[in-house]
Design a protein around this ligand. Structure first.
Ligand code: GAL
Length: 330
């Protein structure tokens, strides 16, 4: 072999040898979309924690399309990942991704949203029933009687139904007592401002007075408020979720009644830890919680959400460094 060729050959052998020795754990992270403020933060914190643990994260985002999410999963699995973390676009469709991952011997962690009817390995989220309970508890404490409108989250997301369970646990006895009437009750097709606007508009077209609105999240509240302002009616009591900056500004300004804060740092850190353990083959038989996804009892962790209103805003989102005080009160 000529000296130059020999050098190239030696370099190639060395590259293969060293990459084999130092193979980093690679975690695939599939996101739904970045439309809701929190998800960029979820991705960044998750990536930072995995990196701290010595792993590497590759990410893709499906922008709300379940078929695209499946394609992205296939590409990641072909590239050789060690574990897969999914924020599912669609709770049912994503089962195909779990099955595919298992064909590649890759374990799957369902992040924030449960994937239904498959052999999912692990699920981490907040207590979403509790989110709904906090919303309805607080709203009925400030508005114990009157007409309520429910604008649910995306129908493709299991969380929307869990929220509804929490809300109805509180509302149903009040409905039966005749204190509350539910005058509107619909789920959104997606978690977007546009959907909040469309549903609230539909609700107001029924020409009934609305005293309180419980919405799946703050994006839906933003859209709902647009429909309310257009109609030039008195702003009802209104609850959301996610502690988005705009929502917190509305809370201190008196336009939104409450939101629910879920510390993203906590879920991202725990998920990073779990993803690395899944990559090393852990089966998580030691968790004391499991959730039925329609096919199996999935080992699970659920973190507690917190209520945010005018009184608790400094003690929650500000104290946690989630949002800056001067931005909220700007
Ligand atoms: C849900 C999540 C909420 C909200 C929503 C829209 O699954 O629990 O916090 O972000 O998706 O993205």
């Amino acid at each position: 072999m000529r000296p130059k060729k020999l050098l190239i050959f030696a370099a190639m052998v060395a590259a293969i040898f060293f990459s084999g020795c130092n193979k980093e754990t690679v975690i695939g992270l599939l996101m739904d979309s970045y439309e809701t403020e929190r998800w960029e933060r979820d991705k960044d914190l998750f990536t930072a924690h995995v990196t701290e643990l010595g792993g590497e994260v590759i990410t893709d985002v499906a922008n709300g399309d379940p078929a695209v999410q499946l394609q992205q999963a296939r590409k990641m699995l072909e590239s050789g990942i060690d574990a897969l973390v999914i924020v599912a676009v669609d709770q049912n469709e994503a089962a195909k991704i779990v099955e595919l991952a298992h064909k590649y011997n890759v374990k799957v962690l369902s992040y924030d949203r449960l994937i239904k009817n498959c052999d999912l390995d692990l699920y981490i989220s907040f207590d979403n029933v509790e989110v709904g309970t906090l919303q309805a508890d607080y709203l009925t404490s400030v508005c114990p009687q009157g007409n309520y409108a429910l604008i649910g989250g995306a129908v493709t997301d299991n969380n929307s139904f869990l929220l509804k369970i929490g809300q109805m646990n509180v509302l149903q006895p009040l409905v039966e007592r005749g204190d509350i009437r539910i005058v509107y009750d619909q789920f959104a097709s997606r978690w977007t401002e546009e959907e909040g606007y469309r549903l609230m508009k539909e609700c107001l077209e029924l020409d009934q007075e609305v005293d309180a609105v419980i919405a799946g999240n703050d994006k839906l509240v933003t859209g709902a408020l647009r429909a309310i302002h257009e109609k030039e009616i008195r702003t009802p009591y209104i609850a959301g979720q996610d502690a988005e900056l705009l929502a917190c500004q509305r809370i201190v300004g008196g336009e939104q009644t409450m939101t629910v804060y879920k510390p993203i740092e906590a879920i991202a850190a725990k998920a990073a830890d779990f993803a690395m353990q899944l990559a090393s083959g852990d089966k998580f038989t030691n968790l004391n919680l499991s959730v039925n996804n329609g096919k199996r009892m999935v080992p699970a962790v659920m973190l507690p959400p917190m209520i945010v209103n005018k009184e608790t805003i400094r003690l929650t989102v500000v104290a946690d460094g989630y949002l800056k005080e001067n931005k909220i009160y700007e």
